[in-house]
Design a protein around this ligand. Structure first.
Ligand code: NAP
Length: 281
C-alpha cells in the first residue's frame, strides 16, 4: 500500500511517517512538504499529489496558526479549503482513500463532550475553514475525517516544550484556566490514524488521549512531571484579548474510536510523561 502524507515537516505528519516505518514496514509512506505541494497553489498541489499515485492520502497540512487565520482569512480559506479540495480532486483522480485531520475547534464549546454527529458551530476562521475542508472530503467515497485536539509532540510546535522554556525565562507563568480540552500526543494519534487506515474506517471519528484538563492544568502537569518548581498562576482567556475566539469546553467523545479498535488512547497524563521523558533533561 502506498500512503502519501501531506504536511510532512509538521508535528503530526512527521509522527505518522515515523510510526508507519516502525509499525507497517511493508507500506510505502511518502511525505509531501510545503515546498513540494503548496496548498495555496491548488493546481500545483493537485498535480504533485496525483503524480505519486497513492492508495491512501493522509492530509495533515493546513494553516494551523489560529490567530493568523483570523487576521488573514482569505489565505486561510485558500490553504484550508481550496487546498484541501485540490487534494480531494487528486484522491478522486487516483481512486485513493482520503483521510483528513480536523479539529475540536469546529465546535463552539457549548455542548461538550461532543459526539461525531454533533452540529458544528465554529467560533473562529480556523475552525470554519477546517469544517469546510471536512465537507469537501466527506463527499468522496470511503473518506475518513479524524477530529483531534491540543496536539503536541516531537516535531513542530509543542505546548509542553513551551512551558519548559517559560519556566527558564519567566518569573511567573500565567496560563488560562477557563478552556477545557484533551491534550493529545501526536505519536499516539499517528498510530491511531494508521490503525483506522488499516481497518478501512470511513466517516468521522474523534481521537484524543483519554481525559481532559485546562491549559493551566496541563502546564501544572508538565512542571510536576519534570519536578520543576516554577511559579504558575491560573488566568482567564479575557486577559489575552486574542482576536480568535476559542471554545471554552471542546472535549470530544472518543467512544466510537474505542469501539472500532477495541481500546481508547491512553490517559493524557501518561502520554505526556512518555513525551517528556523523550526530551533532554
Ligand atoms: N496542532 C493542534 O493542536 C491541532 C489540533 C487539532 C487538529 N489539528 C490538525 O492536525 C493537522 C496537523 O497539525 P500539526 O499540529 O501537525 O500542525 P503543524 O505542525 O502546524 O503542521 C502543519 C503543516 O502544514 C504545512 N503547511 C502550512 N501551510 C501550508 C501550505 N500553504 N502548503 C503546504 N503545506 C502547508 C506546514 O508546513 P511548514 O512546515 O512548511 O510550515 C506544516 O508542515 C492539521 O490539519 C491541523 O489542522 C491540529
Amino acid at each position: 500500500m502506498k500512503i502519501v502524507v501531506t504536511g510532512a515537516n509538521g508535528g503530526l505528519g512527521g509522527a505518522i511517517i515515523s510510526a508507519c516505518a516502525r509499525l507497517y514496514p511493508s507500506w510505502e509512506c511518502v511525505g509531501l512538504t510545503r515546498a513540494e505541494a503548496d496548498l495555496a497553489d491548488a493546481v500545483a498541489t493537485e498535480k504533485a499529489v496525483s503524480s505519486l499515485a497513492p492508495d491512501v492520502i493522509i492530509h495533515c497540512s493546513a494553516m494551523t496558526a489560529v490567530e493568523r487565520c483570523e487576521t488573514e482569512p482569505d489565505l486561510a480559506r485558500r490553504i484550508n479549503v481550496d487546498g484541501t479540495r485540490a487534494v480531494a480532486r487528486s484522491a478522486e483522480k487516483c481512486g485513493a482513500r482520503m483521510v483528513f485531520v480536523s479539529t475540536d475547534y469546529v465546535f463552539d464549546g457549548s455542548g461538550a463532550p461532543y459526539q461525531e454527529d454533533a452540529t458544528p458551530a465554529p467560533l473562529n476562521v480556523y475552525g470554519q475553514t477546517k469544517l469546510e475542508g471536512e465537507r469537501a472530503m466527506l463527499v468522496l467515497n470511503r473518506s475518513l475525517v479524524v477530529r483531534t485536539s491540543w496536539l503536541y509532540g516531537k516535531n513542530g510546535k509543542s505546548f509542553p516544550a513551551t512551558v519548559l522554556g517559560l519556566a527558564k525565562t519567566k518569573k511567573v507563568i500565567r496560563m488560562v484556566n477557563d478552556q477545557k480540552g484533551s491534550p493529545t500526543y501526536s505519536a499516539d494519534l499517528a498510530e491511531a490514524l494508521l490503525k483506522l487506515v488499516e481497518m478501512e474506517a470511513t466517516g468521522i471519528y474523534h481521537v484524543c488521549n483519554s481525559g481532559h484538563c485546562t491549559w493551566y492544568e496541563l502546564a501544572k502537569a508538565v512542571l510536576e512531571i519534570r519536578g520543576i518548581n516554577a511559579p504558575l498562576e491560573p488566568t482567564s482567556s479575557s486577559e489575552f484579548n486574542a482576536p480568535a475566539k476559542r471554545p471554552a469546553d471542546s472535549r470530544l467523545d472518543c467512544s466510537r474510536y474505542a469501539e472500532k479498535t477495541g481500546s481508547p488512547l491512553r490517559p493524557w497524563r501518561e502520554a505526556l510523561a512518555d513525551y517528556l521523558s523523550s526530551l533532554p533533561a
